[in-house]
Design a protein around this ligand. Structure first.
Ligand SMILES: Nc1ncnc2c1ncn2[C@@H]1O[C@H](COP(=O)(O)OP(=O)(O)O)[C@@H](O)[C@H]1O
Ligand SMILES: [Mg+2]
Length: 420
């Protein structure tokens, strides 16, 4: 039985202190007013776009950089500033943000753009040319500056070339308005696959965002931490550790912020009022295993089977190696196992060449490590090893029903078959 009045319980709960002052600022959707270590990029972008406010035609821009280098944050921030300056000077200025990972066809892209100008476009059905004309006419209905940000532009399906061609040359068909296209890509090789005419008109200006180093990440974290936490909530080494771990990957600010947020959440859940190094280490392994899991469960069946073969090889030889050592496998070995397993689950085996490509993909995803080595007169081969503990990967793969017939495959009979 409770003998404390309810009002007092609520008081107590409200007063029970949290280490957070504002936890939302640690989320990746939050964009601070000032972006440390991006002055150069902010200025470069503003300089290119601001000419439109003087009545000249602005260049189109392509922005490249790895994930978490601040491309989206900088571009949306500059967009906001431009709208503000335009407003003050009485020049109508619209900045339209489109994420091509979500809006991934040319019809949807044009329809979305046109709807921003009050046009009513059905979800499907019109010829694309007509949607484009609607958009073009709406833009040119008055003097204005329109900046179209196409984030993750490389995700626009291959069929998107026509729309990029038209949009990147739209200025030559406009009488009153000025349009600038800002394409953002995580993939530095993206333009290699574009029609050269589109490449040159889209990339009139190019900006590359370099990865952050550990010191820069620490500054970015420090800025957020001051807003997010109350005094004394962070142990002395927490920020530098988060920054160092994120810098080791590829200088990803999103990763650094995620680490700090998850560390704090883990500390909070354990009833602590402050965050310490141990929380960061735990957060790091939690995030990594979540990421691996997400990658593995979404792999196509062929890649899953290939990876299953690799884990079996790793486990079968595991008892034979030193505890610290990794099992190194060759493409040929992996291919033989893969092919045999295809027979067991009624899957058509791919060629060894295709499997070599899939191995490279797994390498890029960070699931395996594949190094090309030169074996002299035997030619080039790949040395493959697992990046994540085999048992862990195995357990995730076996949740796929197509792979379940392989579950009964005993390690020892497998070893015998391999002649171990
Ligand atoms: N210079 C910076 N200062 C403060 N926060 C930053 C900075 N660069 C990136 N961020 C933050 O890191 C996260 C990832 O940045 P984002 O712009 O989405 O990266 P990208 O688009 O290059 O993948 C976001 O939460 C963003 O606010
Ligand atoms: Mg982005």
């Amino acid at each position: 039985m409770r003998n404390t009045p309810i009002a007092e319980v609520i008081e107590g709960l409200l007063e029970s202190k949290s280490m957070f002052r504002n936890r939302d600022v640690l989320r990746s959707t939050y964009v601070p007013d000032y972006l440390p270590h991006r002055d150069r990029e902010v200025e470069a972008l503003l300089k290119i776009l601001v000419v439109a406010l003087r009545g000249d035609t602005p260049s189109n821009i392509l922005i490249y950089g790895k994930t978490g280098t601040g491309k989206t944050a900088v571009t949306t921030h500059v967009g906001d500033e431009l709208e503000k300056v335009g407003g003050k000077r009485g020049i109508p200025c619209r900045v339209l943000y489109m994420n091509c990972e979500v809006i991934d066809t040319q019809y949807r892209l044009l329809a979305n753009l046109a709807r921003n100008f009050g046009k009513r476009i059905p979800m499907t059905g019109w010829p694309t040319d007509q949607v484009y004309s609607e958009f073009r006419n709406a833009v040119d209905s008055k003097e204005q500056v329109v900046v179209i940000i196409l984030d993750e532009i490389d995700k626009l399906t291959k069929k998107g070339d026509d729309v990029l061609y038209s949009l990147s040359r739209i200025n030559s068909t406009l009488k009153r308005a000025k349009v600038s296209l800002v394409g953002i890509s995580n993939d530095l090789t993206f333009t290699e696959f574009l029609d050269p005419r589109i490449r040159s008109s889209l990339g009139e200006e190019e900006l590359v965002f370099p990865p952050y180093n550990a010191d820069q990440l620490a500054d970015i974290l420090q800025q957020r931490a001051e807003m997010a936490f109350g005094n004394g909530a962070l142990g002395g080494d927490v920020i530098s550790l988060c920054a160092a771990l994120a810098a080791r990957e590829h200088g990803d600010a999103r990763k650094a912020l995620d680490l700090l947020r998850v560390s704090a959440e883990l500390a909070e859940r354990s009833g602590s009022m402050s965050v310490h190094e141990a929380n960061v280490r735990k957060a790091q392994s939690r995030i990594e295993s979540d990421r691996v899991e997400e990658v593995i469960v979404t792999l196509p069946t062929q890649s899953k089977l290939l990876l299953y073969g690799i884990t079996m090889l790793d486990r079968a030889t595991g008892s034979l190696r030193k505890p610290s050592g990794r099992t190194i496998m060759s493409t040929g070995e992996v291919y033989r196992i893969y092919k045999r397993m295809c027979g067991m689950i009624d899957l058509d085996a791919l060629t060894q060449r295709r499997i070599t490509e899939l191995i490279s993909e797994l390498d890029m995803l960070g699931i395996v490590n594949a190094t090309v080595v030169n074996r002299g007169r035997y030619g080039m081969t790949k040395e493959i090893s697992l990046e994540t503990p085999a048992d862990h990967v195995h357990d995730m793969l076996i949740t796929d029903t197509r792979l379940q017939p392989l579950m009964d495959l005993k390690l020892d009979s497998f070893q015998a078959q391999l002649g171990m």
